[in-house]
Design a protein around this ligand. Structure first.
Ligand code: SF4
Ligand code: SF4
Length: 359
């Protein structure tokens, strides 16, 4: 059987929008690091990681006859900074990349299917049990840094990744690159919460990205004070990375939208205009109530008495049930319906913020 022509696949990938395309031979992964990280409780709050760990290490179970893992990537760096008092991680300032990538993957898979009608394939964009960064390193696209990000020489770490599993063998595979951090500790020292530990381990329990995006509960109080204005995600460990000093400007699909520059007050208010602007953006991962929770923490940590009227207004609305969680618009907001405890979490955030601005 003819081997998969990697130069042709790469050309097709670039044609649909992906800047990076690497190939790794499918094989079970060494699991010691993942099991130790989970065993230490560093992924607490993300039970799905433990539930799918065995599958992550043996992705052959995701596609019968899997031979090749194609790792696709695209740069998203756009230099304009967010508001210093209300920061949104760079990857989240545009249309949701999952949607953009799914469109690109659909076109790419169509091309591959035409040329290889018998080939089985399956694509993942951050949603399946595939360790994209590990596979990207195996495919020779870069190395995983001490901050847990994939770092690509010449491109830096402002990269979004997707994987495509194929049942055919490729004509060439990338060579795994050894870690290139050397003695650098910039990200460890800059992390505002001390979440980056020795041994390339990131403690999700202390990471602002985890709490502001994934967590459905209240943040630990110490993190609310350390957040430094991050509303959604955190880029500190990438901002300081020397490999990002000359990061090229990313694809236009990831150019920032207006919401990335809103003042924090708009995220607490979240009227119809704001909600309409946020639908289809990565910020929906936090849900509207999660964004209001995060905004309340930022306002509380600011200690600004001027925030008090708005906090009181929002607390009044919440107590009156003027905007029930189920009233949020759009399919993407549906997850708010019946989300147990969400109102309590937001209310506690508002109470905490009100106390902070009074002190
Ligand atoms: S994202 Fe922010 S909080 Fe998390 S490890 Fe990096 S610098 Fe630390
Ligand atoms: S800041 Fe330094 S230690 Fe951290 S990922 Fe970048 S090169 Fe590695």
């Amino acid at each position: 059987m003819a081997l998969l022509d990697t130069a042709w696949v790469r050309a097709c990938a670039q044609e649909v929008g992906f800047e990076l395309c690497g190939f790794a031979a499918a094989q079970p992964l060494e699991g010691a690091f993942l099991w130790q990280w989970l065993g230490e409780g560093l992924g607490e709050g993300m039970p799905w990681l433990e539930e799918t760990a065995a599958l992550r290490l043996d992705i052959g179970r995701l596609l019968p006859g899997l031979r090749t893992v194609v790792v696709l990537g695209c740069g998203y760096y756009h230099p304009t900074p967010s508001s210093p008092t209300c920061k949104v991680a760079r990857y989240a300032r545009s249309r949701d990349y999952h949607k953009t990538f799914r469109g690109w993957l659909k076109r790419l898979m169509g091309r591959l299917r035409e040329a290889h009608p018998g080939m089985a394939m399956r694509a993942f964009v951050d949603s399946g049990p595939v360790m994209e960064k590990v596979w990207a390193a195996k495919a020779g696209l870069g190395f995983v840094g001490k901050n847990g990000c994939l770092i690509c020489r010449g491109q830096g770490s402002w990269l979004l990744l997707a994987t495509l599993l194929l049942s055919e063998e490729a004509d060439a595979y990338g060579e795994e690159e050894k870690a290139g951090c050397g003695a650098c500790r910039a990200c460890i020292e800059a992390c505002p919460t001390g979440a980056i530990l020795e041994g390339k381990r990131v403690d999700a329990r202390r990471c602002l990205s985890f709490h502001s995006i994934e967590s459905r509960g209240p943040w630990p109080e110490v993190l609310r004070r350390q957040a430094g204005g991050w509303l959604f995600g955190c880029d500190v460990c990438q901002e300081v990375c020397p490999y990002n000093r000359k990061a090229p400007v990313g694809h236009e699909a990831f150019a920032p939208r207006a919401f990335a520059f809103w003042p924090v007050e708009r995220f607490l208010r979240l009227g119809g205009e704001e909600k309409a602007a946020l639908l289809g953006s990565p910020l929906m991962r936090s849900k509207f109530w999660g964004l209001r929770r995060n905004a309340a923490y930022i306002l509380g940590a600011s200690k600004a008495a001027s925030a008090r009227p708005l906090l009181l207004q929002r607390r009044g609305e919440l107590l009156k049930g003027a905007e029930g969680l189920g009233a949020a618009e759009g399919e993407e907001a549906a997850g708010e319906e019946g989300l147990e405890g969400a109102e309590g979490v937001e209310e506690e955030a508002l109470e905490w913020a009100l106390q902070e601005v009074e002190e």
